[in-house]
Design a binder for this molecule. Structure first.
Ligand code: FES
Length: 318
């Protein structure tokens, strides 16, 4: 009989350890079924969270073989097929404080989320008595971000949070800021966006892990792009991220490619580049990764590239 082998990370508040369990394979079951079966059949002390079992409450996020899933929505067959193994390791979500076994704490995340004022700030012109009626078209702007169930999968998969959980905001918090900033009934979008700018908005690496793992398919990285555009529109251009974006855009506009030697200087200035990046650059030169004397010429077809820019600007100004 086919057996599925589970290794579950345990934590009792003091020490951590991994514990092994086995279940007979059953077709068409979910990850949550496996956790529930282990608890019912072998170990009533195993702690994990779940409630709705229908991908609504967002409480059952868990890591399986290093990737995060919503346990009630993801079939066991899917992960067995993905990892091509009958050996699965379950761990609590990343970037969360662990309470016990697979249960994580949400309070610190909720406190962090308050920074972006995740509520509607009614516009003074709004028709309060009439209930702030919204057109169908305007509703479509918030339909997708409103799908967020706060499961935390995006945060668990976020590579920036993994190394920088200080001020950087979790993707679901950025989603909340976006959701209210684009709401036609909100009278103060900047109150949602400014805290995002102040909390390292430009540190997102666009690895796409948050967007590809979101069980609701929310385009989280597109929202980051929107928030960055808005920050520039708000005049927040004197920072490393915005300067890098402008340097990038101008390089491609004039040459059709990047000038890797000048990019850090245009982003950080000569002094900062010289004092912080020279040792790294020297190592790259030594390994033949960059040639500091190579000044790239414009690519063949640069006129076409510039036409694209011109067209994009026309569309934006329409
Ligand atoms: S149990 Fe509610 S989302 Fe999984």
């Amino acid at each position: 009989m086919r057996k599925i082998h589970f290794k579950i990370k345990r934590f009792d508040g003091n020490k951590e350890w991994y514990q092994d369990y086995q279940l007979a394979y059953e077709k068409g079951k979910t990850i949550l079924w496996a956790l529930t079966s282990i608890r019912e059949q072998f170990d009533p002390t195993l702690v994990f969270t779940s409630a709705c079992r229908h991908a609504i409450c967002g409480s059952c996020g868990v890591k399986v073989n290093g990737s995060s899933y919503l346990a009630c929505k993801t079939s066991l067959d899917e992960v067995l097929d993905t990892f091509k193994t009958d050996y699965l390791t379950f761990e609590p979500m990343g970037s969360f404080e662990v309470i016990k076994d697979l249960a994580v704490a949400w309070e610190p995340k909720m406190e962090k989320m308050e920074k972006v004022k995740p509520w509607l700030i009614p516009s003074v012109e709004g028709d309060v008595e009439g209930g702030f009626i919204q057109s169908e078209e305007d509703f479509h702007h918030i339909a997708s971000p409103t799908d967020c169930i706060l499961c935390g999968i995006c945060a668990s998969e976020c590579n920036q949070l993994a190394v920088n959980d200080g001020t950087y905001l979790d993707p679901f918090i950025l989603n909340r800021a976006y959701r209210f900033a684009v709401d036609s009934r909100d009278g103060s979008p900047e109150e949602h966006i400014r805290p995002v700018i102040e909390n390292e908005l430009w540190k997102c690496m666009h690895c796409m892990q948050c967007a590809t793992s979101c069980p609701k398919g929310i385009p989280l990285t597109e929202q980051v792009a929107f928030l960055r555009q808005e920050s520039i529109r708000m005049g927040e251009v004197n920072n490393q991220g915005a300067k890098h974006a402008f340097a990038f855009v101008n390089d491609v506009r004039t040459k059709g490619r990047l000038n890797e030697t000048m990019l850090p200087i245009k982003t950080d200035g000569l002094f900062k580049t010289a004092t912080t990046k020279v040792p790294f650059a020297l190592r790259m030169i030594k390994k033949g990764k960059i040639n500091p004397f190579h000044m790239p010429k414009a690519v063949e077809g640069i006129k076409g590239v510039q036409e694209i820019y011109k067209y994009a600007e026309e569309v934006e100004n329409r």
